[in-house]
Design a binder for this molecule. Structure first.
Ligand code: TYD
Ligand code: MG
Length: 450
């Protein structure tokens, strides 16, 4: 393998050159050349050669039992536990808590007798020990190895034979068959492919930790998404204690699942009832605050949408959106002006989702509109009211998916009225005892809001 050559290959047209270029001289794309090792394709992949085609009915499934971590939020996101031989990528900003999460997961799995190896290219074993003490981990067979060379790592694993492998982070690991720096696209891809082959051959699950960074010398986990089986993103505002783990790809379960965690000084703790926590500090009776039952995957979540609308001293009034798409805000402001006669063109508008959460479903429209109207008119909405629905350009209020689930969650937390699209009301009757107020257009909004 040592004498295999490396080439730079353009990722958009396939042009090959022995020397790196900033711009592909064939198709003209910038920064598209990635170093690759030339070798026969059979060295990659895990599919045994010579397997004849078979009918789908004839394929036998040998269901491998999933490994449960006992951290319910985490198991649920994986689709009911960790599948042996799967490659799971955990991405997220630096400092968000990825190392803490994988360490906690490893310690749980160790407790059920699984020999685990935590490979760190970023921290020394002493640092890992300090973190483990802080989150009181006393796992028996949790081995720690500081290593950055993958050939060295494979040698060590030959003798240790771990049943769970954690690589923190994938950007620090390199193979000495490629001359480029650790963290470059070529290195990250090569190392991950080698780990994938290893995982499938040995049926050992592997966690890869990856930093999300801007385009540049360090390859972000984006280049890995198609290699691995499962991609989990760990997100949240670092200044807030809440962290959301989101499955964006899962070959063994549904995506769109989220798990909510809280970062405490003793590590990450799962949050069983996130709605209650996100609403905890809601200022009741204040204008500009509206509760939205949104859906995160299959899970309803109540969040508070806050808006602040006030006359702007600037020629170009500010539009700031945190946690929601700012294009959506501009669109909704235009609809309000045209369809409700509430002209906000000269107002500064700030919209925020409390608790550092991100909401990106159109079902949030009506709640955003209500919050803006409430702040603009400086009148508080009923504190027992929740609002959801999509707003169209004609000012019409459209139905959204799974109204029952949202209404049920709101009822569970003591809300009594729900403002929604009229077509959602005529849907399946709900037995939650909630008063449903259906509206057809934003024109009727003022009568029901206050
Ligand atoms: P870390 O897991 O190192 O983040 P990452 O691997 O994603 O870079 O932890 C990030 C932050 O979490 C760190 O700034 C300190 C904080 N933290 C706690 O608040 N409580 C804890 O118990 C631990 C271990 C970390
Ligand atoms: Mg880390």
């Amino acid at each position: 393998m040592k004498n295999s050559r490396t080439l730079y290959v353009c990722q958009s047209c396939g042009y090959q050159t022995p020397k790196w270029l900033g711009r592909c001289s064939d198709c003209g794309q910038w920064n598209s050349l990635v170093e690759e090792r030339t070798e026969s394709p059979s060295q990659h992949g895990f599919v045994p050669a010579g397997c004849p085609p078979q009918t789908i009915a004839a394929i036998s499934l040998d269901p491998q039992p999933r490994l449960k971590t006992g951290i319910l939020e985490f198991d649920r996101i994986l689709g009911g536990g960790l599948v042996p031989g799967s490659l799971v990528l955990i991405g997220g900003d630096p400092g968000i808590g990825k190392s803490t999460l994988v360490l906690q997961v490893a310690s749980r799995l160790c407790r059920s007798g699984l020999k685990s190896l935590y490979v760190s290219g970023e921290e020394s074993p002493q640092q890992i020990k300090l973190r483990a003490e802080r989150i009181s981990i006393h796992a028996g067979e949790l081995f720690v190895l500081a290593a950055t060379c993958i050939e060295d790592l494979f040698d060590r694993m030959e003798t240790l034979q771990p049943r769970l492998l954690i690589v923190d982070s994938i950007q620090t690991i390199y193979t000495n068959t490629l001359p480029s720096a650790p963290g470059s696209v070529g290195q990250v891809r090569e190392v991950s492919a080698r780990l994938l082959t290893w995982a499938k051959r040995t049926s050992v699950p592997v966690f890869l930790v990856g930093h999300v960074t801007k385009e540049g010398a360090i390859a972000g986990p984006k280049v890995l998404e198609h290699i691995v089986d499962t991609v989990l993103y760990f997100e949240g505002e670092r200044s807030h204690a809440f962290r959301i783990l989101r499955a964006v790809k899962n070959r063994y379960g549904s995506t769109n699942e989220i798990g909510v965690f809280e970062m405490k000084d003793t590590g990450l703790e799962e949050v069983g009832n996130p709605s209650r926590i996100f609403l905890e500090e809601r200022p009741e009776g204040a204008s500009g605050s509206v509760v939205l039952p949104c859906l995160e995957g299959t899970r309803p979540l109540l969040v508070e949408i806050q808006a602040l609308v006030g006359p702007s001293p600037l020629g170009m009034p500010r539009r700031t959106a945190i946690g929601v798409d700012h294009h959506r805000i501009s669109l909704l402001v235009a609809v309000l002006g045209k369809r409700m006669g509430l002209e906000m063109g000269d107002q500064d508008i700030f919209v925020n989702v409390a608790g550092g959460l991100k909401v990106d479903e159109p079902g949030a429209d009506l709640a955003i509109v209500s919050a803006m109207v409430s702040s603009f008119l400086d009148r508080a909405v009923d504190k027992d009211l929740v609002v959801f629905g999509e707003v169209g350009l004609a000012g019409e209020i459209r139905a959204v998916s799974q109204p029952e689930v949202r209404i049920k969650e709101a009822a569970k937390l003591g809300f009594r009225r729900c403002l929604l699209s009229r077509s959602n009301v005529s849907g399946p009757a709900t037995s939650s005892g909630m008063e449903l107020v259906g509206v057809e257009s934003v024109k009727g909004l003022l009568d029901v809001l206050f």
